[in-house]
Structure formats: structure tokens, C-alpha cells
Design a protein around this ligand. Structure first.
Ligand SMILES: [Zn+2]
Ligand SMILES: [Zn+2]
Length: 303
């Protein structure tokens, strides 16, 4: 008999783990760089030098992305039958009553082209040529990186874009962000300082994406229409100010995006906040979106 036959859920878990860690590796480089808060240092050591130094980490990220894509394809195949993953000749399968027990994980499983062809054969939806090309490009890029010939790794925006593209294709828009937050919050150390304050720190992921792939690309991976004027979120602002910090990130949007809307929705904390429409009293600020504590959500000035 063949024991420990994997399930779709096993592969889904591995897919998400690989993709989240692929993302996290690149994010951590950016995040440590941004921690300095020192203009001189930023001038003397531009970010691209840091990416250049961390090429090997980008390579690890790419390997994880490829691993995640393979795990996803295996999961789809397993939904049909896990035995389609086996490479061995069927006459060698230990399935007859007198055959010895064999752990599925010790058997050879299909990879590369065989995996892709089987995935296409069993998928309930027709797989578009563009998706096949995407999967194939990642495989080849990863092979080049492993063999040391790839010049493509000094710019992190490609890999970040590809990770989000894969995640969104497999699990839908927003899911990457929800799953990253869940992963961060499942850390046993999370919440010791202040649960709410730590929760809204996820805006740093959005800032990172804003500065690497840009808002237009990010739009493809979230449900909410983020092309529009951005405002401070009263909830995020309150949490940061409660710890005497400063918030520079704006991830709240008028909802709906109309001139007389009285709600802003924040894609970071998912809260709706009521606002008033009146002109900000700060010179040169064109803002007219003021929160219920009288803070202009365009410039941050208290009215
Ligand atoms: Zn918020
Ligand atoms: Zn203002």
C-alpha cells in the first residue's frame, strides 16, 4: 500500500507558505533599510546598492516562488487523484495486497514539463496561454538563477510583482495581504506590546509595494479601487499617535469615490471612518476631508 497520500489542503498550505516567505524575504531587506530614519545614510548608501548586495536573497525568493507554483499545481492535480503525481511505472506501484507499505513521500513525483502538462489536463478551467507562459518563465528564470547566469535579480520589483501575480491567480485578490497579516499575527510574540498598534503596522507592506511596484500595479492585486486621492486613515493615525509616533502613509480612500462622500475606507486596517467635508485651515492645504477629531486627513493638521 501507499501511505501518507497528500491532500489538496497539504499543498495549499505549502503554496501559501512558499509565496508568503518569498515575499517576506524581499520585504525584510527593504524594511531593515528603512529603519535607519537617517537622511545622510540614505544619501550615501542608496537602496539599489542594498538590493545589489542582497541578490542572493532575491534568488532565494525566486526559488520559493517557483516552489510555491509547483505546490499549487500539485494541489490541483491531487484534487483529481494524488496518483497522477507519481513518476514510477504503474506496474511498480506497491498497491497489490502482498506489496510492502511505501510512504508516498519516498516515491518519485513528476516535475517540470510533466507537472505542467498534467496540471493543464486536470484543471476544471481552461488554462490560458498567458498563464502557461508565466509559469514557464518563472521556471526558466529560476533555473538561470540556480545556474548562476541570471542578470535579472538586481531589481526586486519583478519578483515582487510575480509573487503577487501568482498569489492572486491562485487565491484571488486581497488574499495575499489577508494571509500575510494572519501569518504575522500568528507569531507567538505578536501583541505583547499592543495588539491594535501592532496590527496596523501592516501598512509597511503597502508602503513597500508602493515604492517597488507602484500603485498602478498594486491595483491589480486588491479588490478596492485604489486609484484615487489617498488620505490618512483616522484609525491608523490614532494608533500611531497613541504611541507618540508619526504616520506618513495614506491608505484610506473616499468610499464611494465621490465629491460628497462622508466615509473613508482604509485598505490597511479595513475600517470605515466617518468624515466631514470642510476646507482645511492650514495655508496651502487644499484638503477638505476632516475626521471626527478635527484632523485634516490630507495634511494631518488639527483644525
Ligand atoms: Zn487604517
Ligand atoms: Zn490640511
Amino acid at each position: 500500500m501507499i501511505s501518507n497520500v497528500p491532500s489538496y489542503e497539504d499543498f495549499e498550505k505549502v503554496t501559501k507558505e512558499c509565496l508568503i516567505q518569498a515575499f517576506e524575504l524581499v520585504f525584510q531587506i527593504y524594511s531593515s533599510y528603512k529603519e535607519y530614519d537617517d537622511e545622510n545614510r540614505y544619501e550615501e548608501v542608496p537602496l539599489n546598492e542594498v538590493w545589489e548586495h542582497n541578490k542572493v536573497t532575491l534568488k532565494m525568493s525566486l526559488i520559493l516562488l517557483h516552489q510555491g507554483i509547483e505546490a499549487y499545481m500539485k494541489g490541483v492535480i491531487v484534487k483529481n487523484s494524488p496518483y497522477l503525481l507519481l513518476e514510477q511505472k504503474r506496474s511498480d506501484w506497491p498497491t497489490l495486497p502482498d506489496s510492502i507499505n511505501k510512504d508516498f513521500n519516498t516515491m518519485f513525483t513528476i516535475a517540470g514539463e510533466n507537472l505542467l502538462h498534467t496540471f493543464c489536463a486536470v484543471s476544471s478551467d481552461i488554462i490560458e496561454l498567458e498563464t502557461i507562459q508565466f509559469i514557464e518563465d518563472i521556471r526558466q528564470t529560476r533555473n538561470k538563477a540556480i545556474h548562476g547566469t541570471s542578470p535579472i535579480l538586481s531589481d526586486p520589483s519583478n519578483i515582487i510583482h510575480d509573487i503577487l501575480k501568482a498569489y492572486t491567480y491562485f487565491f484571488g485578490k486581497d488574499q495575499w495581504f489577508n494571509d500575510i497579516k494572519t501569518w504575522v499575527q500568528s507569531n507567538p510574540l505578536f501583541g505583547y506590546y499592543d495588539w491594535n498598534f501592532e496590527s496596523i503596522q501592516s501598512y509597511k507592506y503597502l508602503d513597500f509595494l508602493d515604492s517597488t511596484i507602484g500603485i498602478k500595479q498594486l491595483k491589480k492585486f486588491v479588490n478596492f479601487n485604489i486609484i484615487g486621492r489617498r488620505y490618512f486613515c483616522p484609525t491608523c493615525l490614532h494608533e500611531v499617535k497613541s504611541k507618540d509616533g508619526n504616520l506618513y502613509s495614506k491608505w484610506a480612500f473616499l468610499h464611494p469615490n465621490k465629491p460628497f462622500s462622508t466615509i473613508v475606507y482604509c485598505i490597511n486596517c479595513n475600517f470605515d471612518n466617518e468624515i466631514e467635508r470642510s476646507d482645511c485651515n492650514k495655508k496651502n492645504c487644499q484638503g477638505n476631508v476632516i475626521d471626527m477629531d478635527g484632523i485634516c486627513l490630507t495634511c494631518g493638521q488639527t483644525q
